[in-house]
Each structure stands twice: as structure tokens, then as C-alpha cells.
Design a protein around this ligand. Structure first.
Ligand SMILES: Nc1ncnc2c1ncn2[C@@H]1O[C@H](COP(=O)(O)OP(=O)(O)OP(=O)(O)O)[C@@H](O)[C@H]1O
Length: 759
């Protein structure tokens, strides 16, 4: 709803007045920053002048040390206050051209006057009057803007709940310091604003949604009651956006105790990390560690000398294979089983068993000379019963071994020394020889000490191999647990063993192997991580979650995913309810699942079209934004297909699209299509799993890499029945069709995929 001219005038004036206060403050801060900078430099320079260096007697030494500590203390204090001023300056510089985006008028119960609360990216207090001119969007009272329509409303502060009446909700579009538009919204956050936001072009990088966060999204952003927060959100419902806003929120709320280093976000790949990298800086926050699970596996397993497969190669195998082919079926079994909870239980039970027997300890040797035998280690480890965990017992063993190695090193040093002394050329150089002997002994023993420190007493790879080599081990454990192994277990075991013998570590074996390594070498625990967020959570198996839980014992988890887009083999196995089993797996009482059903990315036509691909899937509700319906075009042969696709790309570009993606099913199809299309579309960029940076334009990529990304227009390369017909391909097709903001063109050869037949 537009507002009248007089009010608009007032609002324009207010923008100017807030801006001029901000500018005054900026000028002051600039001065302060300059002053403090020169103070810091000055103190640094005169550090030694101001210290009385006197080392004649003990008292003087103490005095000198005290004076140095004092100077250091002053210097650190100055550096801190310089940093504080500089941060404040940067924050203001970022918002001075758009100081706020919303206003709410709130009358607290029992109060006469209503308060006008202006909301922006960061708060701003008038230094002269101490008046809060702008509230940070994360301040408790600002939640009213996101959570309530006009009428009764309540917000929560750390001390109490505050109720009252929300009497006005107003939104502003301020650009380059000018008020461009202002309107009142009655219901949820202005459909008008949201319409504008969603009608724009897809950006090169994801943007923050701070001005139009929806109520259900806000609930997730501000949740701080649950240890495990699971979000099942439809495609385009804002999961990634919400995850990033949540990080910014937590950093604000717990700003005295939490920093970006205490958070970690698991992203599907580097391309995606790059795509979302702008949001936090845009919100004025430092970005936190972003990583992929694959990076972690690579880091943990690098010393085993194996060739580690990545999840995309696994997926490519699944998608290019043929159902019914024995090798293919074997692989599918391998994946399903090794990502299951059943296998996790077996591993846990195996870990228990290893407490009493089964670990083959490796000798500690220098060259061929054995210093501590495996048998000795085994005797030490298994000799007397212990209730401690494997890892803790390994720690004890490590202490014992390190002591032994110290002794060995001392003996070696003496021996070396005696030997050197006998050499005529060294005679008379005793002190140097002592040093040489020490260095030599250290060099010989250091690698062994490092091994002991890393608790690397057993050959983990052999241990893992033995799980599959032994005819009895796993059948026996599973009998004890009352579980059954897959029907084709002996063949599956042999299949696994063969690959490991060849030095190949399939993706499905990587996490179990890391898990086993953690069991016998002591689990790596990253206690500094307090919040772990997992995007595209449907791509992780129960096994992954069990592992993450152990890795970050102090963390709260936010898991955001969409079961409809579960395209990995293990995700297809479970289907609905899989998230609830994940919550169980996390074994936390304070767990909740929130569903986001409204989809904001695509037009109503595209969302409805895509939803028809998955009847009975997770519910999706389109946002009321209209555009052309998806177009289905059959091509007679590949030549025609390519000509038509090239024409469609051109048409979308002519229509103003900034990003157009041609989406294929697999890497293999992408490579072929790229070669055929490139002469027709010279600017066509091919994206693969190693692409690090996301750039808008015209691109071609496999569907599984398009996941999480969005484009103005999408062109589906070939949605023929020969390509998308099997159950496992349905979700992939769905994922591809949910990527466009505005337009979707689908081409196909031969028959149309049965999944699209109803459209
Ligand atoms: N409240 C909102 N205001 C404005 N835009 C929004 C809002 N919520 C989501 N969007 C937009 O919708 C699009 C989809 O959001 P996002 O990528 O976060 O969804 P997602 O649930 O992670 O999607 P997917 O699972 O399909 O990858 C983005 O362009 C995002 O900016």
C-alpha cells in the first residue's frame, strides 16, 4: 500500500537526517581510527625506549620484565581499541547509503505511546541524544517485523516476553542514499517487496534475504532452543539463505562468546561455496569455515596412500550404469549397505570387540632393527582388562611407548657419541660431537615418536580389509546383534576386498574407514566448533551423521535438506522419514524438525510443473509469481536438438536473462553435448566437479552439480524416456526442473520421460 505524499516527505527527510548523523559519526570515527593507528605505530616504535633495560642484578631483571609486560599490555589495549573503532567505521560505511529497510510501530501493553522502530543491517545510536535511530535486524524487537501481521504481537527478550500491538509495518527501498520507494504492508512481509525481489535476475552470487525473511524462515534463523534442528525444505524454499542468515544471527546474538571460527558449514562442493560466499560479508559478518565432507575425508586418509573416489564419481557411476547388470547391482548393494545404520552398528560392535582382541600391532622399527615388537605392544595393550575406551587405552599405550623411545634415543645418543669420538678427524671437538650425536639420535627416533603421538599403532587399512577378508567376523557380529547381512554378503565382501587390494577406496568405504581409524587411533574431536550447519543434508548418510556427531561433540547441528532432491543412492533407499531417523541418530533430546513448504525461487508455473514429477513427495507450495509455462519440445535427431537448444539459449539471452544453464543428466552427457553445442554457442562454459568459481552467463553442467544453484533460465538437454525412466532418475529430473527463476525449456529425443508424461 502506497503512503500519502506528506508522510513520504517526512520519511524522505528522516532518511536524510539519519544519513547526516551517520556521516558525522563516520567523520569522527575516521579521526579516531587515524589517531589510534598512529598511537599503535608510535608505541610499537618506542617500545624499547620506554623500557629500562637493566640486567645487572636479579631485581633489575625482574623490573625490566615487568616494564616490558606493561608496555606490551598498553600496546595490545591500543590495538584492540583501534580495531573496535575500525570495525565500527566499516559497519557504518557499509550501511550509510541504505541505513534501514523497514519500520514497525509497536505499542507495548500498558504504555500510552507507540514506538517507531527502524530496522536495518546494523544498529545506529545517535551519539548526541543516545537515541536508537536504527535497530539491527537481529535485535529481539526486530523479530516483530518478520513474525507478525498488524495486531497483537509478542517478542522474546532474554529476560521476558513483551506483548503489545503492532500498529504499522512499513518497508523502504533506499538506494545510493535516496528513498526510492516506501509502502505499508499489513500481512506478512510485503508480498509487494517479495514480488520485486523474486522477479529480479539471478545474481552471480547469492544475496542476503534480510529485508524479506518470512515468518517460518525466521523461526529457523532465531532458533536457539534445540541442539539439533532439522529442516525439510522444498526446493527454493530458502534453506541455504536461511542457513546463512542464521549464522549471522548467532554471531550477533552471542557476539561476546561466539566467533566465526566456532562455526562450520558443510557445502556440497567448492562451486557452491563460492556461490554463497557473498551473503555473510553483505550482512556485515566475517565468513566462517566452509568445507566439504570430501575435503575432510581427503585430509584424514591422505597418509594411507589410497586413491579416494569422490561422491560425484560415485554418482556418475550410478547414473551411467545399467540396472540388472551384475557389476552395477553389486555396487548398489555396496553403497546401500555401507551407508546404512545396520553397518554402523556392526562397526560399533566391532570396536567393542577390538577392546579385548583382534588388533594387530605393528612393530616399531628403525630400518630392519625392531625396537618394540608388535607382540610386546599387544601384550601391553591386551595384557590386563580395562574399562576404558579404545582411544583412551591407545593414549596410555602411547605414553608407555614414548617413554621407551626416550630411553632408546638416549642410548643411541651415547652410542653415536662414542663412535664419533673414535674418529681421528673429530678429536678434540667434544661439544660439537655431543650436538651431532644428539641430532643424529633425534633424527632416527623422531618419526617413531610422531607415530606414537598420532596413536598409529595398528595398520587401519589392514584392519578394515580384514572385516571383509574374514569369512566369520561380520556374520558372527551381525548374528550377535540380531541383524542380517545383505544376502550376497560373501560376494560383496570379496568385491570390497578386491578394490582395497588395488589401492582404490570407493566413496562408500571412505567414511567407515575414517570411522574405524577414529576408533583405534582415538577420535579426532573438534571441540571449538559450537555450531555445525549442513546444507543439502539429504546427501549425507546415517553413517556420515554418526561421524559428524563424534567429530563435533560440543556442537549444535542445523541440518537443512530436501528429501525430494535426494539423488544419492543411499538417500533413495530411505525415502520419507529419513530425516526423522537422522534426528534419532543424533541422539539428542532437544531435536526438532521444521518444514518449509513454500517455494520462492521459481514462478508458479515452473513450481507446479516440477511438483508433478514427484507425486506423493514432500509438499511444495508455489509462490504467486507468474511467468511463461515450461515449454516441451521434441527434436527428431541430435542435430535438430542442438540447433533448437542453441536457438533457445539465444532467445533467453535476447529476452534479458543473465544466466542460462543447459542441464544434462551426467558428466558424460555434458561432455558430449558441450562438444556438439560449442560451435553453435561459442560462449558456452562447461562446469564440472572441479570448477571453483561460479560465473553467470551461458553454461552447461550435470544436474547433480546444478543442485543448490539457480539460473534465470534453464534448458533441459534431453528429457527423453531413454534418459529419465528409472526410479533413481526421477529426483534428478525434479532437481533440474527446480533450478530456474523464470523460464524452463525442456527438449527431448524420442519419447518423453514418463515422469513428465502428466504435464
Ligand atoms: N524470504 C525470502 N525473500 C526473498 N527471497 C527469498 C526468500 N526466501 C528464499 N528466497 C529466494 O529464493 C531462492 C531460493 O533460495 P535458496 O537457494 O536459499 O533455497 P533452497 O531451499 O536452498 O533451494 P534448493 O533446495 O532448491 O537448492 C533464492 O533466490 C532466494 O534468494
Amino acid at each position: 500500500m502506497a503512503i500519502d505524499a506528506q508522510e513520504r516527505e517526512q520519511e524522505t527527510k528522516r532518511v536524510q537526517s539519519v544519513r547526516s548523523r551517520m556521516k558525522e559519526r563516520i567523520a569522527e570515527l575516521r579521526e579516531t581510527v587515524d589517531e589510534r593507528r598512529s598511537e599503535v605505530t608510535e608505541i610499537g616504535r618506542s617500545f624499547w625506549d620506554d623500557i629500562s633495560v637493566n640486567a645487572d642484578n636479579a631485581d633489575d631483571i625482574i623490573e625490566t620484565a615487568a616494564s616490558m609486560a606493561q608496555q606490551e599490555h598498553v600496546l595490545q589495549g591500543q590495538k584492540r581499541s583501534f580495531q573496535v573503532a575500525q570495525d565500527a567505521l566499516y559497519k557504518l560505511l557499509r550501511v550509510v547509503d541504505a541505513p534501514y529497510f523497514a519500520r514497525i510501530d509497536f505499542k507495548e501493553l500498558g504504555e500510552q505511546a507507540r514506538e517507531e522502530i527502524y530496522i536495518g543491517l546494523t544498529s545506529f545510536i545517535d551519539p548526541k541524544t543516545d537515541e536508537m535511530l536504527v535497530y539491527d535486524w537481529r535485535a529481539p524487537i526486530a523479530a516483530l517485523f518478520y513474525d507478525y501481521p498488524l495486531g497483537p504481537a509478542t517478542y522474546r527478550t532474554p529476560e521476558m516476553d513483551v506483548s503489545g500491538e503492532l500498529e504499522l509495518k512499513r518497508q523502504y527501498i533506499i538506494k545510493y542514499g535516496e528513498l526510492q520507494d516506501v509502502f505499508d504492508t499489513g500481512l506478512s512481509i510485503g508480498d509487494e517487496m517479495l514480488q520485486r525481489m523474486l522477479s529480479r535476475s539471478a545474481d552471480e552470487k547469492m544475496s542476503s534475504i534480510v529485508t524479506t525473511i518470512q515468518r517460518e524462515q525466521n523461526q529457523i534463523i532465531r532458533d536457539d532452543q534445540h541442539k539439533v534442528l532439522v529442516v525439510q525444505g522444498a526446493a527454493g524454499s530458502g534453506k541455504t539463505s536461511v542457513a546463512l542468515q542464521r549464522i549471522a544471527y548467532l554471531l550477533y546474538k552471542y557476539r561476546t562468546t561466539l566467533s566465526a571460527d566456532n562455526m562450520i558449514l558443510f557445502s556440497p562442493n567448492s562451486l557452491f561455496s563460492d556461490y554463497v560466499s557473498r551473503v555473510l560479508p553483505e550482512l556485515g559478518e566475517a565468513t566462517m569455515q566452509q568445507t566439504t565432507f570430501q575435503d575432510y575425508l581427503t585430509f584424514k586418509l591422505s597418509d594411507l596412500g589410497l586413491q579416494l573416489e569422490d561422491p560425484y564419481d560415485q554418482l556418475e557411476f550410478i547414473l551411467t550404469g545399467t540396472t540388472g547388470d551384475p557389476a552395477y547391482e553389486m555396487r548398489m548393494q555396496s553403497i546401500r549397505y555401507k551407508t546404512s545404520e545396520a553397518f554402523l552398528h556392526i562397526m560399533e560392535a566391532y570396536g567393542e570387540q577390538l577392546k579385548t582382541s583382534g588388533l594387530a600391532f605393528v612393530d616399531f622399527a628403525v630400518g630392519s632393527k625392531v625396537l618394540i615388537t608388535g607382540a610386546e605392544l599387544s601384550e601391553r595393550f591386551y595384557g590386563k582388562a580395562s574399562i576404558l575406551a579404545l582411544g583412551e587405552r591407545m593414549e596410555q599405550l602411547s605414553e608407555w611407548v614414548l617413554e621407551r623411545l626416550d630411553q632408546v634415543q638416549a642410548d643411541a645418543e651415547k652410542r653415536f657419541f662414542r663412535k664419533l669420538m673414535r674418529e681421528p678427524k673429530y678429536m678434540g671437538a667434544e661439544p660439537e660431537l655431543k650436538k651431532m650425536a644428539r641430532a643424529r639420535a633425534h633424527r632416527a627416533i623422531a618419526p617413531l615418536k610422531e607415530r606414537a603421538q598420532k596413536l598409529a599403532f595398528v595398520d587401519v587399512l589392514s584392519l578394515y580389509k580384514s572385516m571383509f577378508a574374514s569369512q566369520e567376523l561380520l556374520p558372527q557380529i551381525s548374528r550377535q546383534l540380531g541383524e542380517t547381512l545383505p544376502a550376497a554378503w560373501p560376494a560383496l565382501a570379496a568385491y570390497t576386498g578386491e578394490a582395497l587390494e588395488q589401492g582404490i577406496l570407493r566413496y562408500e568405504d571412505a567414511t567407515p574407514l575414517v570411522y574405524l581409524k577414529g576408533l583405534v587411533e582415538g577420535q579426532l574431536r573438534v571441540g571449538t566448533i559450537r555450531y555445525c550447519l549442513v546444507d543439502e543434508a539429504q546427501d549425507y548418510s546415517p553413517f556420515h551423521y554418526a561421524y559428524l556427531r563424534k567429530l563435533f561433540p560440543r556442537a549444535r547441528f542445523t541440518l537443512l535438506g530436501d528429501w525430494n532432491q535426494g539423488i544419492f543412492a543411499h538417500a533413495n533407499a530411505g525415502d520419507t522419514g529419513a530425516f526423522s531417523s537422522i534426528s534419532e541418530l543424533m541422539q539428542e533430546a532437544e531435536t526438532t524438525t521444521i518444514r518449509l513448504v513454500k517455494s520462492y525461487r521459481s514462478t508458479r508455473e515452473i513450481t507446479e510443473f516440477a511438483s508433478a514429477i514427484l507425486p506423493g513427495g514432500e509438499p511444495v507450495e508455489p509462490f504467486a509469481r507468474s511467468g511463461p509455462p515450461p515449454r516441451l519440445t521434441q527434436a527428431a535427431d541430435e542435430d535438430e536438438l542442438h540447433r533448437r537448444i542453441a536457438a533457445a539459449v539465444q532467445a533467453r539471452l535476447d529476452g534479458g536473462a543473465g544466466s542460462v544453464a543447459v542441464i544434462c543428466k551426467t558428466e558424460r552427457e555434458t561432455a558430449r553435448a558441450h562438444a556438439a553445442l560449442k560451435p553453435l554457442l561459442p560462449s558456452l562454459a562447461r562446469i564440472n566437479k572441479d570448477t571453483l568459481h561460479y560465473e553467470a552467463g551461458v553454461m552447461i553442467l550435470p544436474a547433480y552439480l546444478a543442485k543448490g544453484l539457480e539460473f534465470d533460465a534453464v534448458i533441459l538437454y534431453n528429457a527423453g524416456a531413454a534418459v529419465y525412466a528409472e526410479a533413481r532418475e526421477r529426483k534428478l529430473l525434479y532437481t533440474a526442473c527446480t533450478r530456474p527463476l523464470h523460464e524452463l525449456d525442456i527438449f527431448y529425443l524420442g519419447e518423453l520421460s514418463p515422469f513428465l508424461a502428466g504435464s
